[in-house]
Design a protein around this ligand. Structure first.
Ligand SMILES: Nc1ncnc2c1ncn2[C@@H]1O[C@H](COP(=O)(O)OP(=O)(O)OP(=O)(O)O)[C@@H](O)[C@H]1O
Length: 819
């Protein structure tokens, strides 16, 4: 993007921001004109100045209008900016009109911000809305979800009309290489292009009208205003464009046209701010009434994409086999038809049905892919771990606290599973600090007393070390032999542990992913626990499982997962929820503070330390950098040491060696360090109940779930704890959510809404398909239905062979990188 286009893009952003904020007086456009004033002299050296001056004038002109006037003038402003942008960039090849105007795009932006779209499946939108939140930017290339035969997947797009080498490059820029990619490039939204008569038109709406061009004119001046008179019966309506003079050439007087755009009426006179025009002459002039709008780029318009997708849909008809047998498919639209309708719907109803089918299928395929991966090679019987020699009871008797009812219930569920040979596959979900460790300990002890080994895998060395320490404290007195296995350990130490594990001299091993290395073998692994905290994928889990003869599997996860996500990612696991916090826990008081509040924060820290409390300070960076004004851990530690010369302040970050980290953590746990300045290495699972203050620097830099995890490091004892979010951001939804609630479920739901599922699930890292169509925060019902069907498929694989083939063909290791 050249500089001028960049400035224009910012001007546009400012305009859109203004519109969204309802034209408050301190408008973004005003700010932008001030900004332009400041940078103008420098910019004029870089780009021809006349456009810049013009832009500044535009910004100033609009900034000085009253809010009401500005609202009215907004579409014209956007059109003006878009016209300039087009001029500033390379001209489009002839015949490639822009099909989506600024106005339309804005409508889409506004919709996606306000979340006003309703899922089509849940009763139908106005046809104009997207059928659901087809998340913008969700079109990335990746292992898509479908069961297209090879022919479709691999056929290059160059066989299509109008796709030459240049166009192909543009398509590749969007990650579209094959017919399959294009079929999975779902529309971002749809436009209602049912024709209206002039009498039906209402101010402010977007509509399509049909008529004959009766005149065409262009106004002189810098910004060219093009007007076409469109006649329908006795009426003429004027269609307006800015700087698109080709319209006059392509649609001369006498042409029959359909024009789509925003209607603007003043008194009795209506105009249409045109976004699109098509010729209605020619054979039959069959036209779509609901038109897909694709995410476009500067060189590849939605309209062009539409033409290409149309050809693909026409040519691949009948090539997508239905994998549902007779009867099962009654409920769902037929597969090939669904792919056609999602791109070119015949009606709002058929669009809703198509989307329903494809979302269901998408989730079903992902659930099955995950389940197949996790299941591992064989479904052999697991050992029945049912001997009770009093070890579990011994553990509980030795604890300084009584279990919560939830912990008791969950331990009961686990021990029951382990006593059978079916093989436990259970997920324990419990919010930060709810006491999952003791639950895992009980399970490990049951494996040991039944004569088997247990393994517990943690996502970081610090956490593995910490689990090891608590297990050692509680299990060693019961005579259990425990070992720790980390990647950073010395070779000789590791070899010794490996030898003892293979001989069965170690009964419980705790470690990081070092546990799943090839060199690790167990004598009799009966239980594999993974403390996931969102860090592991299915692959690691199944690898650990493969280390024994079908050991029982227990997965611990800290952040509560919204049900839809849990069903999708862990749908094949039984679920146990620790839904109760240990008695006496007080909610962590959470506050936002800006830099101005630092002196009072430091006073508060001083007071807390004088009461014997310890403090975490978490920073987004380890070291300072010229590129960023973020606070680094090193700088903060130095500043704090100057401020509190009497206190012990230590640094902890990921670049330190394993041994150093361990020593610092140990010292903090012992109470020898007052303030621990750290990066997010403390995020997961660190447990120091005496630490009661968590200060998070640059808090707006962290994700919501991450902030919740960080906050979870305090409030783990009976003292009142505090979390201070340092942030200069004027407003932040995430930080507000955090101040408002402690409820991990609410936070996770919000996180899902803000970030989208791809990132939360980590599907990208693990080579799993992305959900392109599904919106987990809205499509709950379809996720549940897919889950039920997936269970049926897994229970009767022979009956559903066709479904499994469709899934495994797509997700074999060659394609996903999963082994
Ligand atoms: N029933 C209980 N009553 C009082 N304290 C408890 C109880 N259960 C666990 N604890 C203590 O609460 C603290 C947190 O427990 P634990 O570390 O197991 O939490 P967690 O669920 O693993 O949390 P995180 O996900 O943050 O790691 C520990 O100090 C633990 O000893």
């Amino acid at each position: 993007m050249n500089t001028l286009r960049l400035v224009l893009a910012n001007l546009r952003k400012a305009a859109v921001a203004e519109e969204r904020q309802g034209y408050t007086n301190t408008g973004a456009l005003g700010g932008f004109s001030v900004f332009l004033n400041g940078i103008l002299p420098r910019l004029e050296q870089l780009v021809p100045g006349r456009n810049l001056t013009l832009m500044r004038q535009i910004a100033l002109r609009y900034a000085h209008m009253s809010p009401l006037k500005r609202r009215e003038a907004f579409p014209a402003l956007l059109a003006e900016i878009d016209g300039l942008t087009e001029e500033a960039g390379e001209q489009r090849p002839a015949g490639e009109e822009r099909s989506v105007s600024g106005e339309e795009r804005l409508t889409a932006e506004k919709r996606s911000v306000s979340g006003e779209e309703q899922p089509a499946a849940a009763g139908g939108p106005g046809v104009c809305g997207r059928p659901s939140a087809l998340s913008p930017g969700g079109h990335g290339k990746g292992a898509g979800i479908s069961g297209f035969p090879e022919k479709v997947k691999d056929s290059s797009l160059q066989f299509l009309k109008g796709v030459g080498p240049e166009r192909m490059k543009q398509l590749q820029g969007l990650g579209l290489e094959t017919a399959r990619d294009l079929l999975l490039y779902f529309p971002r939204r749809y436009e209602d292009r049912r024709l209206r008569s002039f009498e039906e038109l209402r101010d402010g709406e977007t509509a399509s009208v049909y008529g004959t061009v009766v005149y065409g004119q262009v106004s002189p001046g810098r910004i060219k205003v093009i007007k076409l008179g469109i006649e329908q019966g006795r009426h003429v309506i004027q269609a307006v464009w800015f700087n698109r003079t080709y319209v006059l050439r392509q649609y001369p007087v006498g042409t029959r046209v359909v024009v789509t755009g925003k209607i603007q009426c003043q008194r009795h006179l209506c105009e249409i701010l045109a976004a699109d025009i098509e010729s209605a002459d020619g054979e039959g002039s069959a036209r779509d009434e609901i038109v897909p709008v694709y995410s476009e780029t500067a060189r590849l318009s939605s309209k062009t994409l539409r033409g290409i997708v149309r050809q693909v849909v026409d040519r691949t008809e009948g090539l997508f086999p239905e994998f549902l047998g007779a009867g099962a498919g009654e409920k769902w639209m037929e597969r090939a038809q669904a792919y056609r309708e999602i791109h070119f719907p015949r009606s709002a109803e058929s669009l809703a049905l198509a989307r329903t089918r494809l979302v269901w299928e998408e989730v079903l395929f992902l659930q099955l892919a995950v389940a197949l991966l996790r299941r591992g090679p064989a479904d052999a019987a697991s050992p029945a771990l049912n001997r009770d020699t009093g070890m579990v009871a011994g553990l509980l008797a030795g604890l300084p606290f009584g279990l919560t009812k939830a912990q008791e219930r969950v331990i009961g569920e686990i021990l029951r599973d382990m006593a059978g040979t079916k093989g436990m596959a259970r997920l324990v979900q419990g919010d930060v600090g709810s006491g999952k460790t003791v639950v895992a300990m009980a399970a490990l002890l049951r494996a040991v007393e039944s004569g088997y080994q247990g393994a517990m895998m943690a996502p970081t060395e610090i956490l593995a070390e910490q689990h090891y320490q608590s297990l050692e404290k509680s299990l060693t007195p019961l005579g259990v032999k425990i070992a720790l296995l980390l990647g950073s350990q010395s070779r000789s130490l590791r070899d010794e542990t490996l030898r003892r594990l293979a001989l069965g001299q170690v009964q419980v091993v705790v470690g990081t992913h070092a546990l799943i290395q090839e060199s690790v073998s167990f004598r009799r692994l009966g239980l594999a626990v993974t403390d996931e905290q969102h860090r592991f994928g299915v692959r690691q889990r199944s690898l650990l499982r493969g280390k024994g003869e079908s050991p029982h599997v227990l997965v611990l996860t800290a952040t509560p997962i919204p049900r839809t996500l849990a069903l999708t990612l862990y749908g094949d696991l039984q679920l146990s929820v620790i839904d109760e916090m240990p008695a006496g826990r007080k909610p962590v008081l959470t506050r936002r503070l800006s830099e101005r509040g630092r002196p009072s924060l430091e006073k508060f820290m001083e007071e807390q330390m004088s009461r014997g409390r310890q403090i975490y300070v978490v920073c987004p960076l380890v070291q300072g950098s010229e590129m960023s004004d973020l606070v680094s851990a090193e700088e903060r530690a130095e500043a704090l040491q100057r401020r509190f010369p009497q206190q012990r302040i230590a640094l902890l970050h990921g670049r330190m060696k394993g041994g150093e980290k361990e020593a610092v953590m140990h010292e903090f746990q012992r109470g020898g360090i007052h303030i621990l300045v750290a990066t997010t290495v403390v995020e997961v699972g660190v447990n120091v109940p005496n630490a009661s203050v968590m200060v998070i620097e640059g808090a707006e830099r962290f994700g919501l779930a991450q902030l919740h995890q960080l906050r979870g490091r305090v409030g783990r004892g009976s003292e009142q704890s505090y979390c201070i979010l340092m942030s200069e951001a004027k407003s932040s939804r995430r930080l507000e959510v955090l101040c408002r609630t402690q409820d991990g479920f609410k936070i996770a739901e919000e996180d899902l809404r803000l970030r989208g599922p791809g990132e939360l699930m980590g599907t990208r890292q693990h080579g799993l398909p992305e959900l392109r169509l599904t919106d987990l925060s809205r499509d709950g019902l379809l996720v549940e239905q897919a889950h039920l069907f997936a269970q049926k498929v897994l229970a009767e694989p022979d009956r559903y062979q066709a479904v499994l083939e469709a899934v495994s063909g797509l997700y074999d290791s060659g394609k996903t990188g999963i082994h």
